[in-house]
Design a protein. Structure first.
Length: 317
């Protein structure tokens, strides 16, 4: 007892060792400790992974829901724009263009007659003014800018330009009509010469005819690009709705567009330039498709060849 304890003032005491005995390490429940530690770490990791996954899922659902809502608003505004453009074409532009071309052909036939007719040519002039195309284009632009379809962005840009050009052509024709009625035309010219672009002393002024052709051209452009915008937004919304249903299990409604009445009334344009415009855009695959393809054997070897000079595949250099 004296080797272990030392009496000091009637109190036995002993200094504690700096290191535990080997018996403590040997008898410690390591298995239970390690199993508890592993379970704790696994649970923490699983909880963090699940929380991150749920967070990403929530973000994806919110993103897709916003894409669908924005696309639906854009579809309604673009459809409204197409209806206005088709109404202008149906009520004014179609008849104006057809009547102008008809009178121009009738004048040409009259002037080609031999012998020359004794009676002067009596033209039927359409001198009524047209209303410009007024739609909430800025609101439509803001809506389209808040979604992620590049094709829709391209269509809204073309639509904005065509509407601006159409309104400029309409306003210029209205100005010419006013000058005709007021008699404010160049010296030596008649209203008929200005209207049909006839030559006067070797000079011609085809401004009125150009404005009529421009109105017809840009009204068709406005119809085409507004309907294409509807198509692209519908396509984008349907893709987003499919992903939304797959992730959330819920359905999302997408606006539909019916142009059967416009087809029946022959209001849709048939311009080869529109087809070229549509073919001029090649959509690239999205990022997930690129990553998935990158892991194929062929693309992996090609990628390694690009970053590792001298690499030929099959483990050879």
């Amino acid at each position: 007892m004296e080797e272990v304890w030392v009496s000091a003032g009637g109190v036995f005491w002993r200094s504690a060792p700096l290191l535990p005995s080997w018996n403590f390490l040997w008898n410690f429940g390591w298995f239970s400790f390690l199993m508890t530690l592993a379970a704790t770490l696994a649970g923490a990791y699983a909880g963090a992974w699940a929380a991150q996954r749920n967070n990403e899922k929530t973000k994806n659902i919110d993103f897709l829901k916003k894409e669908i809502e924005v696309s639906n608003r854009g579809i309604m505004l673009a459809l409204s724009a197409s209806n206005v453009a088709m109404a202008i074409k149906k009520q004014y532009v179609k008849d104006l263009k057809e009547q102008y071309d008809s009178e121009l052909n009738r004048l040409d036939e009259h002037r080609k007659k031999r012998p020359a007719p004794s009676e002067p040519f009596h033209a039927i002039l359409m001198l009524h003014q047209l209303q410009t195309m007024n739609i909430p284009i800025e609101a439509l632009q803001n809506v389209v800018m808040n979604q992620s379809s590049d094709k829709a962005l391209r269509a809204i840009t073309a639509l904005s330009e065509s509407i601006e050009l159409l309104n400029n052509a309409i306003m210029r024709r209205n100005e010419l009509i006013e000058s005709f009625k007021a008699g404010a035309i160049p010296n030596g010219y008649s209203v008929e010469a200005m209207y049909f672009g006839l030559s006067v002393n070797g000079n011609t002024n085809k401004e009125y005819g150009s404005s009529v052709n421009a109105i017809s051209l840009y009204s068709n452009d406005a119809i085409f690009y507004s309907l294409k915008l509807c198509e692209y937004l519908c396509e984008h919304a349907l893709k987003a709705a499919s992903k939304y249903k797959k992730i959330s299990g819920n359905k999302a409604s997408v606006c539909k567009v019916d142009i059967s009445a416009a087809i029946a009334e022959d209001l849709l344009p048939d311009d080869p330039a529109h087809k070229k415009w549509e073919e001029g855009y090649v959509e690239t695959p999205n990022e997930t498709e690129v990553i998935r393809k990158w892991y194929s054997a062929t693309t992996l070897v090609e990628s390694l060849r690009n970053v590792l000079p001298g690499y030929s595949g099959r483990g050879e250099k």
